[in-house]
Design a protein around this ligand. Structure first.
Ligand SMILES: Cc1cc2nc3c(=O)[nH]c(=O)nc-3n(C[C@H](O)[C@H](O)[C@H](O)COP(=O)(O)OP(=O)(O)OC[C@H]3O[C@@H](n4cnc5c(N)ncnc54)[C@H](O)[C@@H]3O)c2cc1C
Length: 419
Protein backbone atom coordinates (compact mmCIF):
# COMPACT_ATOMS: atom_id res chain seq x y z
CA UNK A 1 0.00 0.00 0.00
CA UNK A 2 1.39 3.40 -0.95
CA UNK A 3 -0.19 6.23 1.05
CA UNK A 4 1.81 9.10 -0.48
CA UNK A 5 -0.20 12.24 -1.26
CA UNK A 6 0.64 15.40 -3.17
CA UNK A 7 0.27 17.60 -0.10
CA UNK A 8 3.53 19.31 0.93
CA UNK A 9 4.57 21.46 3.90
CA UNK A 10 7.33 24.03 4.17
CA UNK A 11 9.59 23.35 7.14
CA UNK A 12 11.41 26.33 8.55
CA UNK A 13 13.32 25.73 11.74
CA UNK A 14 16.17 27.28 13.60
CA UNK A 15 18.63 24.54 14.48
CA UNK A 16 21.53 25.04 16.85
CA UNK A 17 25.03 23.88 15.95
CA UNK A 18 25.96 20.87 18.04
CA UNK A 19 29.55 20.63 16.79
CA UNK A 20 31.96 21.71 14.07
CA UNK A 21 34.74 19.69 12.48
CA UNK A 22 37.04 19.66 9.51
CA UNK A 23 35.45 16.58 8.06
CA UNK A 24 31.93 15.29 8.65
CA UNK A 25 31.37 11.69 7.63
CA UNK A 26 27.77 10.54 7.42
CA UNK A 27 27.18 6.80 7.82
CA UNK A 28 29.43 4.46 9.80
CA UNK A 29 29.54 1.40 7.55
CA UNK A 30 32.67 0.06 5.83
CA UNK A 31 33.12 3.20 3.71
CA UNK A 32 32.32 5.62 6.53
CA UNK A 33 34.53 4.06 9.18
CA UNK A 34 37.52 3.92 6.83
CA UNK A 35 36.90 7.49 5.64
CA UNK A 36 36.72 8.78 9.20
CA UNK A 37 39.84 6.92 10.30
CA UNK A 38 41.84 8.21 7.41
CA UNK A 39 40.75 11.83 7.59
CA UNK A 40 41.69 11.72 11.29
CA UNK A 41 45.06 10.17 10.43
CA UNK A 42 45.66 13.15 8.14
CA UNK A 43 45.38 15.40 11.18
CA UNK A 44 41.77 16.52 10.64
CA UNK A 45 39.10 16.86 13.26
CA UNK A 46 36.48 14.30 12.26
CA UNK A 47 32.90 13.69 13.34
CA UNK A 48 31.17 10.52 12.21
CA UNK A 49 27.36 10.53 12.27
CA UNK A 50 25.69 7.12 12.46
CA UNK A 51 21.95 6.60 12.63
CA UNK A 52 22.14 3.33 14.56
CA UNK A 53 23.95 2.43 17.78
CA UNK A 54 26.75 0.57 16.03
CA UNK A 55 29.45 0.93 13.42
CA UNK A 56 30.15 -1.54 10.62
CA UNK A 57 27.07 -0.96 8.47
CA UNK A 58 25.67 -4.05 6.84
CA UNK A 59 28.56 -6.09 8.30
CA UNK A 60 27.23 -5.64 11.84
CA UNK A 61 23.74 -4.14 11.67
CA UNK A 62 22.74 -6.44 8.82
CA UNK A 63 24.83 -9.37 10.11
CA UNK A 64 26.59 -9.66 6.76
CA UNK A 65 29.50 -11.10 8.68
CA UNK A 66 31.67 -12.41 5.90
CA UNK A 67 33.98 -10.35 3.72
CA UNK A 68 33.89 -11.31 0.08
CA UNK A 69 37.18 -11.89 -1.76
CA UNK A 70 38.39 -8.94 -3.87
CA UNK A 71 41.95 -9.96 -4.71
CA UNK A 72 43.61 -6.91 -3.15
CA UNK A 73 43.93 -7.01 0.63
CA UNK A 74 45.55 -3.69 1.37
CA UNK A 75 45.31 -0.50 3.42
CA UNK A 76 42.89 -0.16 6.34
CA UNK A 77 41.07 -3.37 5.34
CA UNK A 78 44.31 -5.30 5.62
CA UNK A 79 45.08 -3.59 8.93
CA UNK A 80 41.68 -4.68 10.30
CA UNK A 81 42.32 -8.27 9.31
CA UNK A 82 45.78 -8.16 10.87
CA UNK A 83 44.34 -6.79 14.11
CA UNK A 84 41.15 -8.75 14.58
CA UNK A 85 41.10 -11.63 12.06
CA UNK A 86 44.78 -12.55 12.13
CA UNK A 87 44.29 -16.12 10.96
CA UNK A 88 43.02 -14.85 7.61
CA UNK A 89 45.84 -12.40 6.84
CA UNK A 90 47.32 -13.33 3.46
CA UNK A 91 51.08 -13.06 2.95
CA UNK A 92 50.72 -11.04 -0.21
CA UNK A 93 48.23 -8.26 -0.81
CA UNK A 94 47.03 -9.74 -4.11
CA UNK A 95 45.75 -12.97 -2.62
CA UNK A 96 42.05 -13.39 -1.99
CA UNK A 97 40.65 -14.03 1.45
CA UNK A 98 37.07 -14.27 2.60
CA UNK A 99 36.99 -14.06 6.40
CA UNK A 100 33.87 -14.94 8.32
CA UNK A 101 33.77 -12.84 11.48
CA UNK A 102 31.75 -12.19 14.59
CA UNK A 103 29.58 -9.11 13.98
CA UNK A 104 29.64 -8.46 17.72
CA UNK A 105 33.44 -8.46 17.80
CA UNK A 106 33.67 -6.20 14.74
CA UNK A 107 31.23 -3.80 16.37
CA UNK A 108 33.39 -3.64 19.50
CA UNK A 109 36.60 -3.41 17.47
CA UNK A 110 35.30 -0.44 15.48
CA UNK A 111 34.15 1.38 18.62
CA UNK A 112 37.62 0.99 20.14
CA UNK A 113 39.30 1.88 16.87
CA UNK A 114 37.42 5.18 16.63
CA UNK A 115 38.51 6.12 20.12
CA UNK A 116 42.13 5.33 19.31
CA UNK A 117 41.95 7.29 16.07
CA UNK A 118 40.25 10.23 17.82
CA UNK A 119 37.18 10.18 15.65
CA UNK A 120 34.17 11.63 17.44
CA UNK A 121 31.27 9.27 16.78
CA UNK A 122 27.69 10.45 17.22
CA UNK A 123 25.48 7.38 17.43
CA UNK A 124 21.73 7.54 16.93
CA UNK A 125 22.27 10.55 14.73
CA UNK A 126 20.41 10.37 11.46
CA UNK A 127 21.16 12.76 8.62
CA UNK A 128 18.08 14.78 7.67
CA UNK A 129 19.18 17.58 5.33
CA UNK A 130 21.98 19.79 4.07
CA UNK A 131 22.73 23.46 4.53
CA UNK A 132 24.15 24.58 1.20
CA UNK A 133 25.66 27.86 0.05
CA UNK A 134 26.99 28.54 -3.44
CA UNK A 135 27.72 24.96 -4.41
CA UNK A 136 29.27 24.08 -1.04
CA UNK A 137 27.89 22.37 2.01
CA UNK A 138 28.16 24.36 5.21
CA UNK A 139 26.50 21.91 7.54
CA UNK A 140 24.26 18.91 7.78
CA UNK A 141 21.18 18.69 9.95
CA UNK A 142 20.65 15.46 11.81
CA UNK A 143 17.98 14.00 14.04
CA UNK A 144 19.61 13.13 17.36
CA UNK A 145 18.60 12.07 20.85
CA UNK A 146 18.52 15.82 21.53
CA UNK A 147 16.30 16.63 18.56
CA UNK A 148 17.50 18.31 15.39
CA UNK A 149 21.12 19.46 15.53
CA UNK A 150 23.49 20.97 12.97
CA UNK A 151 27.01 19.69 12.32
CA UNK A 152 29.29 22.12 10.52
CA UNK A 153 32.19 21.00 8.40
CA UNK A 154 34.63 21.96 5.70
CA UNK A 155 34.46 18.63 3.90
CA UNK A 156 31.64 16.08 3.86
CA UNK A 157 31.71 12.41 2.96
CA UNK A 158 28.40 10.70 2.29
CA UNK A 159 28.72 7.04 3.28
CA UNK A 160 25.02 6.38 3.92
CA UNK A 161 24.93 3.69 1.25
CA UNK A 162 21.94 5.46 -0.26
CA UNK A 163 23.65 8.69 -1.37
CA UNK A 164 21.24 10.37 1.00
CA UNK A 165 23.36 13.50 1.58
CA UNK A 166 24.28 13.92 -2.08
CA UNK A 167 20.67 13.56 -3.18
CA UNK A 168 19.51 16.14 -0.66
CA UNK A 169 22.26 18.45 -1.93
CA UNK A 170 20.82 18.16 -5.44
CA UNK A 171 23.22 15.66 -6.99
CA UNK A 172 21.38 13.67 -9.68
CA UNK A 173 21.07 9.95 -9.10
CA UNK A 174 19.77 6.75 -10.62
CA UNK A 175 18.26 3.68 -9.03
CA UNK A 176 18.31 0.06 -10.15
CA UNK A 177 18.32 -1.40 -13.62
CA UNK A 178 18.50 0.99 -16.53
CA UNK A 179 15.45 -0.58 -18.21
CA UNK A 180 12.98 -0.64 -15.30
CA UNK A 181 14.62 0.76 -12.14
CA UNK A 182 14.35 -2.52 -10.27
CA UNK A 183 17.05 -3.07 -7.64
CA UNK A 184 18.53 -6.19 -6.13
CA UNK A 185 16.28 -7.73 -3.46
CA UNK A 186 16.72 -7.44 0.30
CA UNK A 187 17.85 -10.23 2.63
CA UNK A 188 17.50 -10.64 6.38
CA UNK A 189 20.64 -12.45 7.55
CA UNK A 190 20.63 -14.82 10.52
CA UNK A 191 22.80 -17.27 12.40
CA UNK A 192 22.24 -20.75 13.73
CA UNK A 193 24.29 -22.46 16.41
CA UNK A 194 25.09 -26.14 16.76
CA UNK A 195 23.85 -27.23 20.20
CA UNK A 196 25.27 -30.74 19.85
CA UNK A 197 21.90 -32.34 20.52
CA UNK A 198 18.67 -32.65 18.54
CA UNK A 199 16.42 -29.57 18.64
CA UNK A 200 12.65 -29.54 18.20
CA UNK A 201 11.81 -27.74 14.92
CA UNK A 202 9.25 -24.96 15.31
CA UNK A 203 7.21 -23.33 12.55
CA UNK A 204 5.52 -20.18 13.91
CA UNK A 205 2.14 -19.04 12.60
CA UNK A 206 2.26 -17.23 9.25
CA UNK A 207 5.45 -19.00 8.11
CA UNK A 208 6.03 -21.37 5.20
CA UNK A 209 6.57 -25.10 5.20
CA UNK A 210 9.28 -25.42 2.53
CA UNK A 211 9.52 -28.99 1.27
CA UNK A 212 12.48 -28.81 -1.08
CA UNK A 213 15.43 -26.61 -2.08
CA UNK A 214 13.36 -25.35 -5.03
CA UNK A 215 10.77 -23.98 -2.57
CA UNK A 216 13.37 -21.85 -0.74
CA UNK A 217 13.32 -18.07 -1.45
CA UNK A 218 16.60 -18.20 -3.41
CA UNK A 219 16.07 -21.74 -4.70
CA UNK A 220 19.38 -22.68 -3.08
CA UNK A 221 21.20 -23.11 0.19
CA UNK A 222 23.65 -20.27 0.89
CA UNK A 223 25.52 -20.27 4.17
CA UNK A 224 28.98 -20.24 5.71
CA UNK A 225 30.39 -22.31 8.57
CA UNK A 226 34.09 -21.54 8.56
CA UNK A 227 35.35 -21.03 12.05
CA UNK A 228 34.80 -24.49 13.54
CA UNK A 229 32.69 -22.99 16.30
CA UNK A 230 29.38 -24.49 15.19
CA UNK A 231 28.03 -21.14 13.99
CA UNK A 232 26.22 -21.10 10.67
CA UNK A 233 25.79 -17.76 8.89
CA UNK A 234 22.74 -17.93 6.65
CA UNK A 235 22.01 -15.76 3.60
CA UNK A 236 18.86 -17.43 2.24
CA UNK A 237 15.94 -15.05 2.60
CA UNK A 238 15.02 -12.82 -0.33
CA UNK A 239 12.41 -10.08 -0.67
CA UNK A 240 11.88 -8.12 -3.85
CA UNK A 241 11.98 -4.34 -3.50
CA UNK A 242 14.05 -1.21 -3.18
CA UNK A 243 15.58 -0.61 0.25
CA UNK A 244 15.15 3.16 -0.19
CA UNK A 245 11.38 2.85 -0.60
CA UNK A 246 9.26 3.10 2.56
CA UNK A 247 6.57 0.64 1.45
CA UNK A 248 9.08 -1.91 0.12
CA UNK A 249 11.05 -1.86 3.37
CA UNK A 250 7.88 -2.13 5.45
CA UNK A 251 6.96 -5.27 3.55
CA UNK A 252 10.52 -6.64 3.56
CA UNK A 253 10.95 -6.43 7.35
CA UNK A 254 7.92 -8.63 8.03
CA UNK A 255 8.18 -10.98 5.05
CA UNK A 256 11.90 -11.60 5.55
CA UNK A 257 11.36 -12.59 9.20
CA UNK A 258 8.68 -15.07 8.11
CA UNK A 259 11.25 -16.51 5.75
CA UNK A 260 13.88 -16.73 8.51
CA UNK A 261 11.69 -18.96 10.68
CA UNK A 262 10.61 -20.98 7.66
CA UNK A 263 14.20 -21.59 6.51
CA UNK A 264 15.28 -22.52 10.04
CA UNK A 265 12.42 -25.03 10.17
CA UNK A 266 13.53 -26.43 6.82
CA UNK A 267 17.21 -26.69 7.77
CA UNK A 268 16.41 -28.27 11.14
CA UNK A 269 14.72 -31.10 9.23
CA UNK A 270 17.31 -31.27 6.44
CA UNK A 271 20.85 -31.60 7.72
CA UNK A 272 20.93 -29.19 10.64
CA UNK A 273 18.95 -31.18 13.19
CA UNK A 274 21.09 -29.98 16.11
CA UNK A 275 21.12 -26.27 15.19
CA UNK A 276 19.07 -23.58 16.85
CA UNK A 277 18.31 -20.05 15.66
CA UNK A 278 20.81 -17.95 17.59
CA UNK A 279 20.74 -14.47 16.04
CA UNK A 280 18.64 -12.49 13.58
CA UNK A 281 19.99 -9.18 12.24
CA UNK A 282 18.23 -6.14 13.65
CA UNK A 283 17.24 -4.96 10.20
CA UNK A 284 16.82 -6.33 6.72
CA UNK A 285 19.97 -6.10 4.60
CA UNK A 286 19.82 -3.71 1.66
CA UNK A 287 22.01 -4.47 -1.35
CA UNK A 288 21.16 -1.67 -3.73
CA UNK A 289 19.30 1.64 -3.67
CA UNK A 290 20.67 4.81 -5.25
CA UNK A 291 23.73 5.59 -7.33
CA UNK A 292 24.86 9.19 -7.63
CA UNK A 293 25.79 10.54 -11.02
CA UNK A 294 29.44 11.40 -10.61
CA UNK A 295 32.11 12.66 -12.97
CA UNK A 296 32.49 9.09 -14.22
CA UNK A 297 30.06 6.18 -14.10
CA UNK A 298 31.55 2.72 -13.72
CA UNK A 299 29.97 0.33 -16.23
CA UNK A 300 29.60 -3.38 -16.87
CA UNK A 301 31.99 -2.88 -19.78
CA UNK A 302 34.68 -1.58 -17.39
CA UNK A 303 34.12 -4.44 -14.96
CA UNK A 304 34.12 -7.18 -17.58
CA UNK A 305 36.94 -5.62 -19.59
CA UNK A 306 39.25 -5.18 -16.60
CA UNK A 307 39.50 -1.41 -17.09
CA UNK A 308 42.37 0.44 -15.42
CA UNK A 309 42.13 4.15 -14.55
CA UNK A 310 44.83 6.69 -13.79
CA UNK A 311 42.74 7.95 -10.85
CA UNK A 312 42.22 4.49 -9.32
CA UNK A 313 41.12 4.46 -5.66
CA UNK A 314 40.14 0.81 -5.22
CA UNK A 315 40.66 -2.46 -7.03
CA UNK A 316 38.60 -5.62 -7.00
CA UNK A 317 38.07 -8.85 -8.83
CA UNK A 318 34.84 -9.69 -7.04
CA UNK A 319 32.34 -11.22 -9.42
CA UNK A 320 29.25 -9.68 -10.92
CA UNK A 321 26.70 -10.85 -8.37
CA UNK A 322 23.08 -9.92 -9.04
CA UNK A 323 20.34 -11.48 -6.95
CA UNK A 324 17.35 -11.35 -9.27
CA UNK A 325 15.52 -7.99 -8.99
CA UNK A 326 12.42 -9.58 -10.59
CA UNK A 327 11.33 -11.70 -7.67
CA UNK A 328 12.83 -14.81 -9.32
CA UNK A 329 15.01 -17.30 -7.47
CA UNK A 330 17.99 -16.85 -9.79
CA UNK A 331 21.33 -15.14 -9.23
CA UNK A 332 23.49 -13.80 -12.07
CA UNK A 333 27.07 -14.65 -11.08
CA UNK A 334 29.92 -13.95 -13.49
CA UNK A 335 33.62 -14.09 -12.69
CA UNK A 336 35.73 -11.04 -13.48
CA UNK A 337 39.52 -10.76 -13.68
CA UNK A 338 39.91 -7.45 -11.85
CA UNK A 339 39.39 -3.77 -12.53
CA UNK A 340 39.86 -0.30 -11.05
CA UNK A 341 37.34 2.05 -9.45
CA UNK A 342 38.23 5.65 -10.33
CA UNK A 343 38.12 8.59 -7.97
CA UNK A 344 35.73 10.39 -10.32
CA UNK A 345 32.94 7.94 -9.36
CA UNK A 346 32.95 9.48 -5.87
CA UNK A 347 32.57 13.14 -6.77
CA UNK A 348 30.09 15.24 -8.70
CA UNK A 349 30.34 18.45 -10.64
CA UNK A 350 27.83 20.15 -8.37
CA UNK A 351 29.09 20.26 -4.80
CA UNK A 352 32.68 21.32 -4.28
CA UNK A 353 33.21 19.76 -0.83
CA UNK A 354 31.24 16.51 -0.94
CA UNK A 355 32.25 12.96 -1.78
CA UNK A 356 30.21 9.80 -1.83
CA UNK A 357 32.02 6.60 -0.86
CA UNK A 358 30.74 3.03 -0.65
CA UNK A 359 28.00 1.29 -2.57
CA UNK A 360 26.22 4.49 -3.72
CA UNK A 361 29.04 5.75 -5.97
CA UNK A 362 28.44 6.47 -9.63
CA UNK A 363 28.00 3.03 -11.20
CA UNK A 364 25.51 1.14 -13.30
CA UNK A 365 23.32 -1.58 -11.83
CA UNK A 366 25.62 -4.35 -13.09
CA UNK A 367 28.87 -2.62 -12.11
CA UNK A 368 27.61 -1.89 -8.59
CA UNK A 369 26.76 -5.56 -8.09
CA UNK A 370 30.49 -6.26 -8.14
CA UNK A 371 31.96 -3.18 -6.45
CA UNK A 372 29.44 -3.11 -3.57
CA UNK A 373 31.11 -5.65 -1.25
CA UNK A 374 32.59 -4.56 2.06
CA UNK A 375 36.35 -4.74 1.39
CA UNK A 376 35.96 -2.48 -1.67
CA UNK A 377 33.90 -0.03 0.38
CA UNK A 378 36.65 0.11 3.04
CA UNK A 379 39.14 0.90 0.26
CA UNK A 380 36.98 3.67 -1.20
CA UNK A 381 36.43 5.13 2.25
CA UNK A 382 40.15 5.23 2.95
CA UNK A 383 40.76 7.14 -0.28
CA UNK A 384 37.86 9.52 0.40
CA UNK A 385 39.20 10.41 3.86
CA UNK A 386 42.56 11.17 2.33
CA UNK A 387 41.05 13.17 -0.55
CA UNK A 388 39.08 15.33 1.90
CA UNK A 389 42.29 16.20 3.75
CA UNK A 390 44.14 17.00 0.52
CA UNK A 391 41.30 19.28 -0.65
CA UNK A 392 41.39 21.14 2.65
CA UNK A 393 45.15 21.53 2.63
CA UNK A 394 45.32 22.69 -0.96
CA UNK A 395 42.18 24.81 -0.84
CA UNK A 396 40.75 23.34 -4.01
CA UNK A 397 37.41 21.81 -4.95
CA UNK A 398 37.20 18.14 -4.08
CA UNK A 399 37.01 17.17 -7.76
CA UNK A 400 40.27 19.01 -8.49
CA UNK A 401 42.60 17.40 -5.97
CA UNK A 402 45.95 16.15 -7.21
CA UNK A 403 45.65 12.43 -7.95
CA UNK A 404 49.42 12.24 -7.74
CA UNK A 405 49.24 13.54 -4.17
CA UNK A 406 46.40 11.13 -3.35
CA UNK A 407 48.32 8.15 -4.69
CA UNK A 408 51.53 9.27 -3.02
CA UNK A 409 49.93 9.58 0.39
CA UNK A 410 47.96 6.33 0.04
CA UNK A 411 51.14 4.55 -0.86
CA UNK A 412 52.76 5.89 2.35
CA UNK A 413 49.88 4.12 4.13
CA UNK A 414 50.72 0.82 2.43
CA UNK A 415 47.85 0.98 -0.01
CA UNK A 416 49.00 -1.01 -2.99
CA UNK A 417 47.42 -0.93 -6.43
CA UNK A 418 48.21 -3.72 -8.89
CA UNK A 419 49.47 -2.35 -12.18
C1 LIG B 1 22.10 -9.36 2.40
C2 LIG B 1 23.42 -8.85 1.99
C3 LIG B 1 24.44 -9.73 1.80
C4 LIG B 1 25.71 -9.27 1.44
N1 LIG B 1 26.75 -10.15 1.36
C5 LIG B 1 27.99 -9.68 1.39
C6 LIG B 1 29.06 -10.54 1.69
O1 LIG B 1 28.89 -11.74 1.87
N2 LIG B 1 30.32 -10.00 1.80
C7 LIG B 1 30.56 -8.66 1.57
O2 LIG B 1 31.71 -8.24 1.68
N3 LIG B 1 29.53 -7.82 1.26
C8 LIG B 1 28.27 -8.30 1.19
N4 LIG B 1 27.22 -7.46 0.97
C9 LIG B 1 27.45 -6.07 0.54
C10 LIG B 1 27.93 -5.15 1.63
O3 LIG B 1 27.49 -5.58 2.90
C11 LIG B 1 27.45 -3.71 1.42
O4 LIG B 1 27.40 -3.37 0.07
C12 LIG B 1 28.43 -2.78 2.14
O5 LIG B 1 28.26 -2.97 3.54
C13 LIG B 1 28.20 -1.33 1.77
O6 LIG B 1 29.00 -0.52 2.57
P1 LIG B 1 28.67 1.02 2.74
O7 LIG B 1 29.64 1.55 3.71
O8 LIG B 1 28.56 1.64 1.41
O9 LIG B 1 27.18 1.05 3.32
P2 LIG B 1 26.46 0.29 4.51
O10 LIG B 1 27.17 -0.94 4.93
O11 LIG B 1 25.05 0.16 4.08
O12 LIG B 1 26.57 1.33 5.70
C14 LIG B 1 25.85 2.54 5.68
C15 LIG B 1 25.83 3.11 7.08
O13 LIG B 1 25.23 4.40 7.04
C16 LIG B 1 24.25 4.51 8.05
N5 LIG B 1 23.25 5.44 7.55
C17 LIG B 1 22.37 5.28 6.55
N6 LIG B 1 21.59 6.36 6.40
C18 LIG B 1 22.00 7.24 7.35
C19 LIG B 1 21.58 8.56 7.70
N7 LIG B 1 20.57 9.16 7.07
N8 LIG B 1 22.22 9.18 8.72
C20 LIG B 1 23.25 8.56 9.37
N9 LIG B 1 23.67 7.31 9.08
C21 LIG B 1 23.06 6.67 8.07
C22 LIG B 1 23.72 3.10 8.21
O14 LIG B 1 23.12 2.92 9.47
C23 LIG B 1 25.00 2.28 8.03
O15 LIG B 1 25.70 2.12 9.23
C24 LIG B 1 25.92 -7.89 1.25
C25 LIG B 1 24.87 -6.98 1.43
C26 LIG B 1 23.63 -7.47 1.80
C27 LIG B 1 22.54 -6.50 2.03
Amino acid sequence: MNSKSNQTYELERSVSVYASADVIVIGGGPAGTAAAINAARCGKKVILLERSGQLGGMGTLGNVSVFMPIGNVTGIYREMISEVLTQYLPQHHDESVSPQFSPFLLRHYLNEKMEKEQVQVCYHTEFVGVVKEEGRLKAVIASTREGLQAFEGKQFIDCTGDGRVAIDAGVPFTSGREEDGLTQPMTLMFMMQNTGKPVIPLLPEGCYDYQSVEDLPQGRRLYWERNDDGMLLVNMTRVKGNGANIADVNYAETEALRQVFSIVYYLQRNGYETYTLSHVAGQVGVRETNQIQGLYTLTEHDVVGGKRFTDVVAQTNYEIDIHSPDGKKTTDERKVDGYDIPYRCMVSELISNLQVAGRAISATHVAMSSMRVQPTCYAMGQAAGMAAAIAMDSGCAIKDISIEALHGKLSEQNVIFRK
